[in-house]
Structure formats: structure tokens, C-alpha cells
Design a binder for this molecule. Structure first.
Ligand code: TUI
Length: 306
């Protein structure tokens, strides 16, 4: 399955693993890259030294292309941006903001830069700034999201830019991949289904909640704070939404959410933690290896595509 994305990135299959905060570390990312996709390390809110260490471990485990996702709201984003150049990371994706100020140092270092965007305007801006591709992420996705669905966003961005588009949000099987291609995408990014893979190191309780999730089981918290985040519904989202509805202050809400991912990923706290996941969690019923997942999705998509 060769597309502009496999050519651009030097990978076998046009499947990118989402750079999920706390979840996307080197065990998962190296398994994805070794299986022919693009594995990403999620830099999230981590300091530069943690990211450098992850990149070095990644290089020991794979000689295939890989990337790092930089979460632009991180207080360490500037330092992490420099590590990308020093460590000659092949691909950088960015999320939750505008990466323009880093683009020239990354491009000068020969890095492929792929911003995650949630609007046509931001996609066009990234193309003008020199991005190699964009991830068009619909609001079905888990974690920090925009306003528009994948079905609506992907064809509009595909029409608006010349660079290749990778679709994200709501994709977990070959039907989703084929649909994304029909909308104009040249690759897909998947997050939620990779959380339950054998190589993913998150607590089993978190995986079990995804495997048991139904179609209507996610909630979006933080719409009032300007930082909407999608996660599986639990005690934390219930309390958060109740407080948000009652006009709680930003400080009170942050207190409830702070450390939520760590609680979910490390402690397996499925009540108080933030179980970030996309709406497609309801379709994710089986845990398999990254290689099995990638090969399954590709073969299903190939059977459907013209
Ligand atoms: O970044 C994500 N998803 C994330 S980041 C994250 S870490 C976090 N933890 C706790 C609270 C909040 C975040 C968890 N999930 N996805 C990529 C993404 N980027 N979705 C939407 C955007 C985006 C939004 C606005 C990209 C650009 C943008 O531009 C705004 C501007 O004009 O600067």
C-alpha cells in the first residue's frame, strides 16, 4: 500500500500511531515502527531529558523511521524542540497549538514536520509555513480536540492544501481507513486501538475500560475552559461536568483534572483518572500485537478500496 505518506516517511504502511501523552513511549512506538507503521513518542508535558532518553531507547530497538509528538502547551516545548534537532529525529508531529516558530530549525535539520490540525485555516497556514503533511484530527478523537468531525474536516482540508493529509479521529479498522482514503486522506493516524495492544505499557484497567466501552461512553470535559478533552466517562468526568455546569472556576476544574492521565496510565485508577480515548473505543474489542493490528487494518482496507 504505497501512498504519498509512505514515500514521504519511508515507511511500509500509511499508518501513524498517535503521539498519546503518557501512553506513547518507546515500547509501543518501536513495535509500531518495526511493524511498518510510524511509531511516535508522545513528549506531552515531559522534560527534555525524558524525551531524549526515550529517543535513544527507540534508536536501540528499531532502525525504521519513527517520530516524536510535541505537545505545544508543554512548558518544556522549547527545550524538546531543540532535542529533535540534536537527536536527528526523522519525523516530528505537533499538537494543541501552532508550531510555526520551530519550523525553520526542524526543516533545516532535515526533519519531516507534520502538524496536527483541527481546522482548514490552520492546515493552510501550516502548508505556507513549510509543513510536509498535516494530520487532520476530527473531534471523535481522544484527548485534546477541536470542534469538527473527521468526516467533515478531512475532505475540506484535502481540498484546501497540496501537501498530503493524514486522517485521525474515529479510525480503528480497515473500514475507517478506506473511508478516510475516500475523503482524500493519504494515510491514517490511530490512537485508541493502539492503547490496547500487547506492547502498550498502560495499566490493564485502562485497557479493560476501552475493551468494554460502548459507542456512547466518552465525554468531553473542559469546553468552558477552552481546553476540551475527550475521555471515557467515569467518576472524574461526571464530577468535572457537574462542576463545569455549576460554573466552577478554572482553578477548581484543573485541580480535579490534574495528574489524571498518570492516575489512569500508571495507577490504573479508572474512577478518578482521565481515561482519554476516542469515540471509536466502542469498536475496539480485542487486544493484539501492533503488527497484527496494522496488518489487519491494511488488509481490510485493501479489500475495500478500488
Ligand atoms: O494534542 C492533541 N491531543 C492531546 S494533547 C493532550 S495532553 C493534555 N493533557 C491534559 C489536558 C490537555 C491536554 C491530550 N490529547 N491532539 C492534536 C490536536 N491539536 N487536536 C487539536 C489541536 C489543535 C488545536 C488548536 C491544533 C492547533 C490549534 O491551533 C490553535 C492556534 O490557533 O494556535
Amino acid at each position: 500500500m504505497k501512498t504519498e505518506i509512505t514515500k514521504l516517511l519511508g515507511i511500509e504502511y500509511p499508518i501513524v500511531q498517535g503521539g498519546m501523552a503518557w501512553v506513547a513511549e518507546y515500547h509501543l512506538a518501536s513495535a509500531v515502527s518495526n511493524a511498518g507503521g510510524l511509531g511516535l513518542i508522545g513528549a506531552a508535558n515531559a522534560p527534555a531529558d525524558w524525551v531524549r532518553d526515550q529517543v535513544q531507547k527507540m534508536k536501540e530497538l528499531t532502525d525504521k523511521p519513527f517520530g516524536v509528538n510535541i505537545m505545544l502547551m508543554s512548558p518544556y516545548a522549547d527545550e524538546v524542540a531543540k532535542v529533535m534537532v540534536e537527536e536527528k529525529v526523522p519525523v516530528v508531529t505537533t499538537g494543541a497549538g501552532n508550531p510555526e516558530k520551530y519550523l525553520s530549525i526542524w526543516k533545516d535539520a532535515g526533519i519531516r514536520v507534520i502538524p496536527v490540525v483541527a481546522s482548514v485555516a490552520m492546515a493552510k497556514r501550516m502548508e505556507r509555513a513549510g509543513a510536509d503533511a498535516v494530520v487532520a484530527e476530527g473531534c471523535e478523537a481522544g484527548g485534546h480536540i477541536g470542534e469538527t468531525t473527521t468526516m467533515v474536516l478531512v475532505p475540506q482540508i484535502a481540498d484546501a492544501v497540496q501537501i498530503p493529509v493524514i486522517a485521525a479521529g474515529g479510525i480503528a479498522d480497515g473500514r475507517g481507513m478506506a473511508a478516510a482514503f475516500m475523503l482524500g486522506a493519504k494515510g491514517v493516524q490511530m490512537g485508541t486501538h493502539f492503547v490496547v495492544t500487547k506492547e502498550c505499557q498502560v495499566h490493564q484497567n485502562y485497557k479493560d475500560r476501552i475493551l468494554k466501552a460502548k459507542d456512547i461512553d466518552t465525554r468531553v470535559t473542559g469546553r468552558s475552559t477552552g481546553h476540551p478533552v475527550r475521555a471515557l466517562r467515569n467518576e472524574m468526568t461526571r464530577k468535572y461536568l457537574e462542576m463545569e455546569g455549576n460554573g466552577a472556576s478554572l482553578e477548581e476544574l484543573e485541580l480535579l483534572a490534574v495528574g489524571g492521565l498518570r492516575k489512569a496510565v500508571v495507577d490504573g485508577d479508572v474512577k478518578g483518572g482521565s481515561l482519554m480515548a476516542g469515540q471509536i473505543a466502542g469498536l475496539v474489542k480485542e487486544s493484539m500485537s501492533c503488527k497484527e493490528l496494522i496488518e489487519k487494518v491494511v488488509s481490510e482496507a485493501e479489500a475495500l478500496l478500488p
